[in-house]
Every structure is written in C-alpha cells, then in structure tokens.
Ligand binder design. Structure first.
Ligand SMILES: O=P(O)(O)O[C@H]1O[C@H](CO)[C@@H](O)[C@H]1O
Ligand SMILES: O=c1cc[nH]c(=O)[nH]1
Length: 303
C-alpha cells in the first residue's frame, strides 16, 4: 500500500499568479535559485532564536548523521542577508529566527513558501529554544503539548488589516509523546511535557521585576506565575503560539522543545555561567538529534 505524501500547503491564492517569488529576508527566490534541487530532500527543519546555536546544531547533526562531506561545506545559505541564517546537512535544515513573534513569523512565511516551492513532503519542524521554567528545576527540557497566550488560552491572535483573527495553537500530541519517549532513553535527561506560555516581551510581559519598567508588586508577579502553573504552564518563551498556529495551518508536523534557564518562582535574572548555559542549550539539540536518527533508522543512541 502506498502511503500518502504530506505536502506543505500555502493558503494564498495570489501566490500562483506570481511570476517570481522573492524570499527577501532569506535572500532566496524562485528565479534566482533552484529551490527543489537545493531543498527538495528536506525532512526535518529545526528553528531557534540564535544564529550561533543553529549553526552549532547543524554541525552537530552533520557529525551525528555520519555524513561524508566536511564541516567546511556547511555554509550559511542566507549569507546575503543578516536577518536570519540557514544551514543544511542531509535532510536537516537549521534556521535562526531571532527573538519574538514578529521576527519568527516573517521567517516562517518565507520558510513555508520555500518548502512549498521546493515541493518538500512529510516535513517535521521543531523549535529548539531556551525558556524560563515555572516550578521546575533549571536545565529541565519542556516538550510543549499546547502553546498558550498570556491569558493561558490555546490561541494566537493575528491582527490582519483591522481585524483580530484567532488561530489555534494545538501542537502534534503524538510527536510530543514520541519526543518524550525518546528523552527517556537519554541517561540523566530531565524532560517533561507541559504547556508553554508565549509572551510578547521578556520583561514586563513575563512578570519580571528587573526590567527598565515595572508597575506591579512581587506578590502580583508570584500570583500570576502560580496561576500559570495551575493552568498547566511549565515554561515561558516568546515564539511558540505563532509557530504552532502557522505550522498547523500549513500542514507541518510541529513541536516545541525548550530548555529552562531558571525557575521564575525563584528569580528573574539569568545567572548561569557561560559553560552551564551552553550545556543547557545543547540538551534540546541532543534530544532532537536522537529523534531524527531514530526516524531515519540510524542507531538510536550514537551519542
Ligand atoms: O532561545 P530562543 O530560541 O531565542 O528563545 C527564547 O529566548 C529569547 C529571550 O531570551 C526569546 O526569543 C525566547 O523565546
Ligand atoms: O525567562 C526566560 C528565559 C529565556 N527565554 C524567555 O523568553 N524567558
């Protein structure tokens, strides 16, 4: 029996009428680049805020996949722009998205069109990030089941013209479970499944007392974070709702996996040493590399 291929769908009737599509912020285009040849074999897309992290992930994946060509062949495909960076190794694409909803949303529009133009199918997309934990030990890896907004609602509100359009932020529960099962096979790997709250700001928006502005008390902050915990929220970051909404609408299997850098019930400032921060940031990468190797039928635990 032939399995159906899951293509990436764009939902824009105007795209078909365009002679050329310029993916401006990626410095790629349908006339200037052979997108099917460059990207047609992509099966896994990993995204994260920082360019260096996404470069490190591509190099790590390259090694883990045992690919023959050298590291020096892994170049930034978007080098012509300094908005985002993109690296490809085998079927894995690694892209940075900057900080916050507007930044990741621009990248996702162009990435989803890229995958569509390249005729990619059966693509899984995973955000590997950092976050602030609530009521869990720093260094824990949270696999998101549902992304919620600042009111703990599983929705993303997109302003389109002068309307507010509400979109669902459900993520693929089966994929989250699969990732959690994968995490159990890694020794001493603290992981859990929970809701992730996405905010529009790192300071006031996440109830921090240490920003340039703060108009609420310590008690109000703690009351808010405790209510978030009771609603099932285990970590806070700044991209998951729009990521879940856009990927869901375009038929991409999506997951969010973020390490926590602190427990927000204890503090606001990130005081980790550089080495500890780097080690924590590698945790989502290790989990995703094991997952990808498993999906590709490579040895489960090479690392
Ligand atoms: O670690 P990344 O992927 O950048 O994600 C988190 O870190 C940034 C804030 O420091 C926000 O973008 C937040 O979502
Ligand atoms: O507290 C934190 C840490 C990382 N990223 C966030 O968005 N918040």
């Amino acid at each position: 029996m032939t399995a159906w291929k899951r293509f990436v769908h764009v939902k824009n009737p105007y795209l078909d009428t365009m002679d050329e599509d310029i993916l401006y912020h990626l410095d790629l285009g349908t006339k200037t680049h052979n997108l099917p040849e460059m990207f047609g074999d992509v099966k896994f897309v990993c995204v994260g805020g920082s360019p260096n992290r996404m470069r490190a992930f591509a190099l790590f994946m390259h090694k883990e996949l045992g690919l023959v060509e050298g590291e020096e062949d892994i170049k930034d495909i978007c080098a012509g722009t300094d908005r985002y960076c993109m690296f490809k190794t085998g079927p894995v694409l690694s892209i940075s998205h900057g900080m916050g909803v507007p930044s990741i949303s621009i990248m996702l529009h162009e990435l989803i069109k890229l995958l569509h133009h390249a005729r990619c199918c059966d693509v899984t997309i995973i955000r590997i990030g950092t976050s602030g934990g609530i009521g869990i030990a720093p260094g824990s890896v949270v696999i998101t089941d549902t992304a919620v907004d600042s009111f703990f609602k599983p929705q993303f509100e997109q302003v389109i013209l002068d309307n507010v359009v509400t979109r669902s932020t459900e993520l693929d529960k089966e994929l989250a479970e699969e990732l959690f099962n994968c995490s159990k096979k890694i020794p001493n790997f603290p992981a859990l499944i929970g809701h992730t709250m996405c905010t529009y700001d790192f300071y006031e928006g996440q109830g921090r007392l240490d920003g340039a502005l703060c108009s609420f008390s310590r008690e109000k902050k703690l009351d808010y974070l405790k209510r978030a915990y009771e609603a099932g929220v285990r970590n806070i970051e700044m991209e998951s709702t729009v990521f879940a909404a856009m990927c869901g609408l375009c038929g991409l299997k999506a997951a969010v996996v973020c390490v926590t850098l602190l427990d927000r019930l204890d503090c606001d400032q990130i005081t980790l040493s550089h080495d500890v921060l780097m080690e924590y940031q590698r945790r989502p990468q290790l989990l995703i590399s094991n997952f990808i190797k498993k999906k590709l039928g490579l040895c489960d635990q090479i690392s």
